[in-house]
Design a protein around this ligand. Sequence first.
Ligand code: FAD
Length: 493
Amino acid sequence: METNAANRIICIGAGPAGLTAAYELAKNGRSVLVLESDPHYVGGIARTIRERSAEGEFCFDIGGHRFFSKSQEVVELWNEIIDNKMLTRPRKSRIFYGGKFYPYPLDLVRTLRNLGIIESALCGISYLKARVMPEPNPKNFEQWVSNAFGARLFSIFFKTYTEKVWGMSCKEISADWAAQRIKGLSLSTAVKNAVTRALGIQSKGKIKTLIEEFLYPRLGPGMMWEMAARKIEAKGSKVTLGKKVCALAYDKETQMWNVTTTDGVTESCAEIISTMPLRELIHAIKGAPVNIIAAADKLHYRDFLIVALVLTDRKTFDDNWIYIHSPEVKVGRIQNFKAWSPDMVSNPALVCYGMEYFCFEGDGLWTMPDDALVKLAGEELVRIGLADAADLHNGYVVRQPKAYPVYDHEYEAHVDTIRAWLDAQCPHLQVVGRNGMHKYNNQDHSMMTAMLAVKNILAGNREFDVWRVNQDAEYHEVDTSSTSGQRHVPKRA
Ligand SMILES: Cc1cc2nc3c(=O)[nH]c(=O)nc-3n(C[C@H](O)[C@H](O)[C@H](O)COP(=O)(O)OP(=O)(O)OC[C@H]3O[C@@H](n4cnc5c(N)ncnc54)[C@H](O)[C@@H]3O)c2cc1C
């Protein structure tokens, strides 16, 4: 183990990317210092919160975190970190709309049965209308989806949830996103799929395991990252909490970076792997030019908060999560953490539901006091019919800033500008992960970027281009035959 600061590597952030980098470096005998701003948790957005009360311990994620990857290297690393102790969990998720539950992924027969004869007929007429008189030049998400499915099905299965997640009207979202995201799916293929499913024929290319089951650590994703941190420390490296990086300065003479945290401490190192949001990184780098700071300031985020409600377990549903399309409530998705892993709730008489709200930092939801949010979440759960008011025990609120990097029409150009400047002016600094690269990476892709950055450090060059990860990912909700390409997020029309 090299302990000399001249060879030391600093990883900024102890999320999946920062800890993967630190783990791989420590395994290869390198000395690493991980600086994490959170005072309590490792795991970043994939952390697991643990709350205790007299009634027991309640574990919940920042949204449920499925572990899936097409990269064998990532799956092997998960198993290595967690000593092969991942659970394989059945997946069940449904859509709630108009007082009814629809299976998700959608099943045509049950969907029509739920809609009833009249609504199904109206959807059929609206579909035929769209076929006969489509919008000739669909520019936005609403027009594109209405052309494909009819305006009525659009309003039931696409409009409200999309608008809750992204905080913008479907009229403002570019049609490109619908074309990519829902590529290959039409009402006729949905009918064909329903028939083949009813006949028990498996559609070609379907990744059964990714749709019907997933891997999950017994005590949530945080368990994975807590074990990673312990193993990194066991190899002599350090994972430090409550250390928010606020300044980075490169010394050309010594070819060392000086990294300062908000507590005033400065640490030196030979290499940096950063997972802190790209916008903040640029502001922290000493001497970053005005045009690069301006580009960084144009990167935007969608934020998120979760209200974890503890209730008497009446076994009202066994889904892992339910998408809430109903416009009457603000909640976007409900997680049932006991269905993810029974050990997430220590008291068998209780359940813990995660009420997920998509928001912007500083908006009405974000600034609502915690007790008001717990009250709102409880009322919405009762309104949906998943609990009685008398079942509610208590609730916890966690706000997650920068949950989603926003892909607006100009973000790519700004990221390219920043990237070119970092490559040219910031030697021995690599950015990886989700917000670190302003890329819509899941855990696996965040980890892959970190693994490549480590390979570059170990080889002493920049042979691997971390930006190429997640260029060819497939969206795992549906058959591989129907979609491919990058993991998609909407752009403005
Ligand atoms: C609601 C939701 C559901 C998701 N579901 C899934 C899923 O099912 N499966 C899946 O694989 N992925 C899922 N993801 C994505 C997953 O959470 C991310 O891909 C992953 O956490 C990214 O890892 P990261 O290390 O790049 O970034 P992060 O997790 O954001 O970690 C970055 C770390 O850096 C720290 N940091 C930030 N600034 C500083 C600073 N200045 N100084 C020091 N430390 C700093 C942060 O506190 C954080 O700990 C989901 C994300 C969301 C929002």
